[in-house]
Design a protein around this ligand. Structure first.
Ligand code: PLP
Length: 435
């Protein structure tokens, strides 16, 4: 598999280099040269494949011989020990992507990336140290993604007292190769410490430092798997297929574009945004203007400069008309999001997280806008998080508590293990050097 930088300055790389480097040095993003339609045999067998078998064929098709079959199969089997069921909710279907350990769809990307990095580093004699600063969700997805991956140690820095209890438990109770450092400071302080560590000559001579960047191609590839899995679960595959994707950095939606290039018959994608409407405005006007993010109920989508926009521009050759042909875009505010959660619960007894609600609104608006009959389409909404993660927000909207799933209960009962530290680089550096 060969990949290029969207800026076309840095040299082409193979998958191993793209995954271990994360970002090309010209500040572009890595893109695969070839994303071709899957062979007929894949479609003929799709109904009989398990999630893992299906994922193996999609991955193999994309990455070629970058990873031998046996190793790839092991990575996938090990990463995906949970399901992604398609549930009927009203006129549409919801693809639940929150059955992984951190109860959010980011598990699909992070668990594949962790194991793939582990595979590429298996012959390294030096341990790789991954440093992550987190304000909550990234930390837990990365921690669980790399948990028990041999040859890799993960250090997570987070601001003391500024992440929710559940979030904190999700990355401080793991132990093994995961260390959490509780910084007496803000998220920005954590990020500054990590950045400074990457620049420090002495540290880099002693340790092999790496990041687990959210725009690593190893997180994008596996996100295409579940689009095929949704299609596999549809009753009538002949109806036009639409996906509504609650979007922030647009990794999820870009993975859907990859699936379409591989032959998945998607009629149109719907980009569902909260009040951070940079993409919606671009879609309307053709002008892309990043701005400061505003805080909303669907906070994992509070992004003012979507990092995968460059990949989308690459796919559509910077042509907004082409973007409009394949993607619709809508934005919804907090009030609309909250009423959607209440209404869907009242009508169908189904509980959604605020991100999923934005996706549901996107599907409804699209159907209205295009005068479609919901009975004659396959409208699939990607559900990106379990509602219990936003229980305090959701409970008053539905008038009852959100039940805590068992796998979360065991995390809540776990013992918090973290190292308190001041936001001082010399202290952090001394700690790293002593490892
Ligand atoms: C990260 C995240 C999103 C946004 O996904 P992108 O790939 O950044 O567009 C949506 N919902 C939840 C719950 C998330 O954690």
């Amino acid at each position: 598999m060969k990949l290029y930088s969207t800026k076309h300055i840095s040299p082409d790389v193979d998958l191993k280099e793209a995954v271990l480097k994360g970002l090309p040095s010209d500040n572009g993003l890595y893109m695969p040269y070839e994303i071709n339609p899957l062979p007929q045999k894949f479609w003929d067998n799709l109904d009989n494949y398990t999630f893992c078998e299906m994922a193996f064929h999609v991955a193999k098709h994309l990455i070629g011989d970058a990873v031998p079959d046996e190793a790839l199969n092991k990575i996938i089997q090990d990463a995906y020990n949970f399901d992604a069921p398609l549930i009927e909710v009203g006129d549409y279907s919801v693809l639940e992507l929150f059955d992984g350990p951190t109860l959010a769809f980011k598990d699909f990307g992070a668990r594949f990336m962790g194991r793939l990095m582990g595979y590429f580093l298996k012959d390294n004699d030096k341990e790789v140290n991954i440093l992550v600063a987190t304000s909550g969700d990234t930390g837990s997805a990365v921690a669980h993604g790399f948990l028990n991956v041999e040859g890799i140690h993960v250090t997570i820095l987070y601001p003391a007292g500024k992440v929710s209890d559940i979030q904190e438990k999700q990355f401080t109770t793991l132990g093994a190769n995961i260390t959490a450092i509780e910084i007496d400071g803000t998220f920005d302080d954590c990020q500054a410490l990590v950045k400074q560590a990457f620049l420090d000559k002495e540290l880099n001579e002693k340790l092999t430092l790496s990041s687990a960047n959210s725009i690593n191609i190893a997180r994008l590839i596996p996100q295409s798997f579940y689009y095929f899995y949704a299609y596999k679960q549809l009753d009538d595959k002949s109806l036009p297929l639409y996906f509504s994707v609650p979007s922030g950095n647009f990794g999820n939606l870009t993975a859907g574009l990859f699936a379409k290039k591989m032959g998945l018959p998607i009629t149109k994608m719907i980009a569902a945004n909260n009040s951070n409407d940079i993409f919606t405005i671009y879609h309307e006007t053709g002008v892309f203007e990043p701005k400061r993010s505003v805080q909303t109920l669907s906070n994992a989508m509070d992004v003012g400069n979507p990092s995968n926009f460059a990949r989308m521009m690459d796919i559509f050759a910077n042509d907004v008309q082409k973007v409009r042909e394949e993607i619709a875009a809508y934005s919804f505010n907090n009030e609309q999001t909250a009423s959607c959660i209440s209404n869907i619960f009242e009508e169908y007894n189904y509980i959604m997280c605020p991100h999923t609600a934005v996706g549901y609104l996107g599907m409804e608006e699209f159907v209205l806008d295009n005068d479609l009959n919901p009975y004659y389409i396959n409208g699939v909404i990607l559900s990106t998080a379990h509602p219990v993660k936003f229980g305090e927000l959701v409970a008053p909207l539905i008038g009852e508590e959100v039940a805590i799933p068992e796998r979360l209960q065991s995390i809540i009962n776990g013992k918090k293990l973290s190292i308190p530290m001041s936001a001082n680089f010399d202290v952090f550096k001394a700690w790293l050097m002593s490892k």
